[in-house]
Design a protein around this ligand. Structure first.
Ligand code: SAH
Length: 349
């Protein structure tokens, strides 16, 4: 029988479970500290009977690390295996003396974007909240074991999968990760990246106030379809309308991720199109040079082309950043995450 993961429960769930197991609410803080910080706390505060009961009902172990690869630039990629043997990749990225962890929300992805390695794998299944939180804990424990001074990495939901396509489990995971009595990662330390999955965007406000990024990749509706098939069903103008609704009356700034593909979306018309689309919106444009993967048929532009494109956008007074690629030597960069023989073969080297 598959047991529910202890890391799937948020504070409310634990309170309910402890109360219905004959305990009191006073146990809750000790219980949570024992689970997330130091199990010896349980020895002092939890009755052996209660502990045994709960241990029979649920699974207290973290997902297994199948392999770890470290890039020359300090990026670490974990291949993480769940109970049913399916695997995802989780990436720890060093950033200005701190770390960011890139979490997966699904095994594979159903969005089938033409430039994305994960998409070639198809969607296998949604991850549970416990599996999402589990990835974070694996990365944090790794830092702890390396005696890192900074332990609580920020979070980007930019790994495998479309996070808004798995909203229920994602929401639960965020409630656990952000709870000050559990892990206490502030919503502002989290960024969710979406391809523009409209049903999810419509309920975005039901999540805490985390940062939002849209994978834009083209300011033109027709062209965007070539890259992102779901743009056919949920066209860019509808997505923008929804983002306007989300930002209205708030100080929220949306990040627009823009893949840079050589000879495809970097012309002067694109500069003009981006200006028209984002010039009057609260926006940061994040340029991501295309990261190639085995079998990909798009090309990464040279740095001189990237700089020139950026300069033209800056002249238009758009706020622009170039995302530096980290971990590409171990296929850990954006869009390169796919669990297959290649990922597994790396283990042997
Ligand atoms: N499904 C979500 C989150 C996962 S992808 C989304 O689409 O936003 C995270 C980021 O990596 C997205 O901006 C995505 O467009 C980008 N990406 C995907 N494939 C890439 C590639 N080959 N090179 C560079 N970035 C890529």
């Amino acid at each position: 029988m598959k047991l529910i993961s202890a890391y799937s429960l948020n504070q409310e769930d634990w309170l309910h479970l402890l109360m219905t197991s004959g305990s009191t609410k006073h146990l809750l803080p000790f219980w949570l500290d024992g689970l997330y910080k130091d199990r010896t706390i349980w020895e002092r505060h939890v009755s052996p009977k209660l502990l045994e009961d709960l241990q029979q009902k649920m699974n207290f172990s973290l997902p297994r690390i199948s392999s770890v690869q470290e890039s020359q630039d300090g990026t670490v990629k974990f291949l993480i295996q769940f109970e049913d043997s399916l695997e995802v990749e989780t990436v720890l990225i060093p950033f200005h003396k701190r770390f960011t962890v890139c979490l997966s929300s699904q095994v594979g992805c159903g969005m089938n974007c033409s430039f994305c390695y994960t998409g070639t794998q198809g969607l296998k299944r949604n991850l549970t909240s416990g599996e999402i939180v589990g990835q974070y804990l694996v990365a944090r424990n790794w830092l702890k074991n390396k005696n890192s001074k900074v332990l609580n990495p920020s979070i980007v939901f930019m790994g495998q999968g479309e996070p808004l396509h798995n909203l229920t489990e994602l929401k639960k995971a965020i409630s656990i990760l952000s709870d000050p009595q559990i892990l206490g990662i502030g919503p502002k330390q989290m960024t969710l990246s979406t391809v523009g999955y409209l049903p999810g965007l419509k309920t975005f406000e039901t999540l805490p106030n985390l940062n939002l990024a849209l994978s834009l990749h083209s300011p033109f509706d027709e062209e965007r379809k070539v890259l992102i098939p779901i743009n056919e069903r949920w066209p860019l103008p509808d997505v923008m309308k929804e983002l306007d609704r989300i930002t209205e009356g708030s100080k929220r700034i949306i990040t627009y991720e823009y893949l840079l593909i050589k000879d495809f979306n970097m012309s002067d018309e694109h500069v003009e199109g981006l200006y028209k689309l984002l010039g009057n919106r609260p926006a940061i444009l994040n340029l991501i040079p295309f990261n190639p993967f085995p079998g990909s048929n798009w090309e990464r532009p040279e740095m001189s082309l990237i700089d020139a494109f950026k300069e033209k956008l800056v002249t238009k007074k758009l706020r622009v950043m170039i995302r530096t690629t980290k971990g590409s030597d171990i296929l850990a960069a954006c869009g390169q995450l796919k669990v297959n023989n290649l990922a597994r073969n790396h283990e042997k080297h």
